[in-house]
Ligand binder design. Structure first.
Ligand code: ZN
Length: 120
């Protein structure tokens, strides 16, 4: 049986998290950080991102998907002129959540979502 306190955490937790995210401009820094890491990865190298907020997860998901895109030409172009190639592939179609053991040992993992990207 889970302690009710751990389900949502302390009531002030979400407020402090929102203030921290805003003050540090954490959302705005996610995509440039992902871009920087993908640039320096070797082929086959993986970027593992763990987020603790749904907005962060959404930004990470979008930042990852961008690297999977090949051709960026308009759909009505008869042939590709952009020569854009996919740079990475997303390993995790859906985010990976903590398992029961992790949750039992580490209640703070409850809101964690993990996504993995592999450089091509
Ligand atoms: Zn193209």
């Amino acid at each position: 049986m889970r302690n009710i306190r751990y389900d949502g955490g302390h009531p002030a937790k979400r407020t402090f998290q929102a203030v921290r995210i805003a003050v540090n401009e954490e959302i705005a820094n996610i995509e440039p950080a992902v871009d920087s890491v993908v640039r320096i990865l070797n082929p086959g190298g993986r970027l593992v991102a763990i987020s603790f907020h749904s907005i962060e997860d959404r930004v990470i998901k979008k930042a990852f998907v961008k690297f999977e895109k090949g051709c960026l030409c308009p759909a009505d172009f008869p042939v590709c002129v952009c020569n854009n190639k996919p740079e990475a592939k997303v390993i995790t179609r859906k985010p990976v959540y903590p398992g029961k053991e992790e949750l039992a040992a580490n209640s703070r993992s409850a809101s964690a979502k993990m996504r993995v990207l592999e450089k091509l």
